[in-house]
Design a protein around this ligand. Structure first.
Ligand SMILES: *Cc1c(COP(=O)(O)O)cnc(C)c1O
Length: 502
């Protein structure tokens, strides 16, 4: 009899690449070999070799192989050349550009286990103990923030996704409570066009971007002025809310930032919480950057108002030294997750709902989701809260120290005194008054240092002018490391040829 199945097709024995009982020793060997390459990456003495890598030349390496497969050794050699030798090393003290933290070893162990076992945290029957671990990590951070016992949360891919969830829940809750609308079921309603969010003019761009993704447009987000410390002006907030009401719009939520991306400034959460309560609108705190500072003695008081928040964003992959992704979205009342829950027959049918066996998919906008809580669990067990707090205080003091070191230097103009761990400043060439020229010089400094592989510094705009930015997240950096970059900035700034460039 001829069978139309090929189920007993013999597989290529050479590529027994599945993680299973038979491959146990291959797994050990592979991880071991890969580690050698990661270790050689750690032996690099530069954060980046500069623009010496010609990817055009390496096109061959970039494309997947069709017929021929490579050994692990050859593949590792290729990735060394393509990536490990050239990529940006965030643990290097000369990397001070963005919110990329050096990562902790316990977190890497957690991540290896999570990736290998490959638990998808979605339904109970797929996750079981991972569900408990994630829930426990959520409970831990909710308690640190003094959120009420009704609080809950879920791990997300990052602050952007957490902020998206915040705006969505705020919108759907307002529409339901005030207009009896069920946007989840029925979709858009014209009145939603009048809904307005309020955040400071230093808030993260993901607030506007998410509002646009939700069909409400950038213009549904009203920017509120900030003071000289880059904090939202509460008087201006009330004025903005009143103004929108006057023209017939409907304020539905205030987004306060706990640690702005550029300046690390904290909006006055306590006062904003009261204003949100007075207007009976949603209060979200974007603590992507500063939320972790709730662990510290230095900054806890700045976060005391967070206990009043309806929702909170926190990024463990920024300020808890976790590998990407590790982030959470928290809500004051777990009921609010109903605005995104979906009951699928094949995964989590409503009739089988059981409080004791929760399906975390009901709190997430993702379906298949990584077990990112495991690396945080490892970190809290092995590194511990107190040490994380000490790391955070250290990077804050580094920023302050740097501030005091350069504040009276004639070559620099500072935008602010650091409240967290960033410092925004610009190089000033003595005798030059033109702001445009200074913009060019500062960009020239940033680009020259990056291209030559000396240092990576960020740039940003402040009052329309170009500034440089240090984001300090490496507690093992020293003030001398930072002053060394400052020296490079000065030297590069001084050599800028003002006659030949515009
Ligand atoms: C970084 C940041 C975000 C975005 O977080 P991702 O994890 O990059 O998506 C949101 N808000 C603030 C204040 C941030 O600093």
């Amino acid at each position: 009899m001829l069978l139309d199945t090929q189920a007993n097709l013999v597989l290529d024995q050479k590529v027994d690449h599945f993680f299973d009982t038979q491959s146990k020793y291959t797994y050990e060997e592979y991880i071991h070999k890969a580690l050698q390459y990661v270790m050689s990456y750690l032996d690099r003495d530069h954060f980046y070799p500069g623009e010496v890598c010609d990817f055009e030349e390496k096109k061959q390496l970039l494309t997947p192989n069709h017929d021929e497969t490579l050994s692990l050794h050859d593949t590792l050699e290729e990735i060394k050349e393509l990536y490990l030798d050239h990529t940006i090393a965030f643990h290097n003290p000369n990397y001070v550009a963005h919110l990329n933290c050096p990562v902790l070893l316990p977190a890497l162990v957690g991540d290896l286990i999570a990736s290998s076992v490959n638990t998808a945290v979605e339904t109970w029957d797929q996750s079981i103990s991972a569900t408990y671990i994630e829930q426990e990590m959520i409970r831990w951070i909710c308690n640190k923030m003094n959120l009420p016992s009704t609080a809950d949360g879920v791990f997300t891919s990052g602050g952007t996704q957490s902020n998206f969830m915040a705006l969505l829940l705020a919108r759907d809750d307002y529409a339901f409570k005030h207009f009896g609308l069920n946007l989840k079921e029925n979709g858009w309603s014209d009145v939603v066009s009048k809904f307005r969010f309020f955040c400071s003019d230093k808030a993260h761009f993901s607030i506007r971007k998410n509002a646009a993704l939700m069909g409400m447009g950038y213009n549904s987000v009203i920017p509120v002025e900030t003071d000289e410390k880059m904090k939202m002006k509460v008087g201006a907030l009330v004025q903005a809310i009143e103004k929108e009401k006057q023209i017939g719009n409907i304020p539905i939520a205030i987004v306060a930032t706990a640690g702005t991306t550029d300046f690390g400034s904290f909006d006055p959460l306590d006062t904003i919480a009261k204003i949100a309560k007075e207007y009976n609108i949603w209060f979200h705190v974007d603590g992507a950057y500063g939320g972790s500072y709730v662990l510290t003695d230095t900054h806890r008081h700045l976060l005391s108002g967070i206990k009043e928040a309806d929702s909170v964003t926190i990024d463990f992959h920024k300020t808890m030294f976790q590998p990407v992704c590790s982030s959470a979205f928290l809500v004051k009342d777990t009921e609010h997750f109903k605005y995104i829950s979906y009951y699928a027959d094949y995964l989590n049918p409503l009739e089988h709902r059981d409080e004791d066996c929760p399906n975390l998919i009901e709190k997430s906008i993702q379906t298949t989701r990584r077990f990112d809580a495991l690396k945080l669990w490892f970190t809290l067990k092995m590194t511990g809260e107190k040490n994380i707090s000490a790391f955070l205080e250290k990077v804050h003091y580094l920023a302050l120290d740097l501030y005091y070191n350069i504040k009276d230097d004639v070559f620099f103009e500072l935008a602010h005194k650091p409240e967290l761990s960033t410092l925004v400043f610009r190089f000033k060439a003595p005798g030059i008054v033109s702001d445009v020229l200074h913009d060019n010089i500062n960009l020239h400094i940033k680009n020259t240092l990056f291209k030559s592989g000396q240092a990576s510094v960020a740039s940003t705009k402040f009052n329309g002018k170009t500034y440089l930015k240090f984001t300090l997240l490496n507690p093992k950096s020293t003030i001398d490391d930072l002053l060394n970059i400052i020296q490079m900035i000065k030297e590069t700034g001084k050599t800028y040829d003002t006659n030949n460039q515009h």
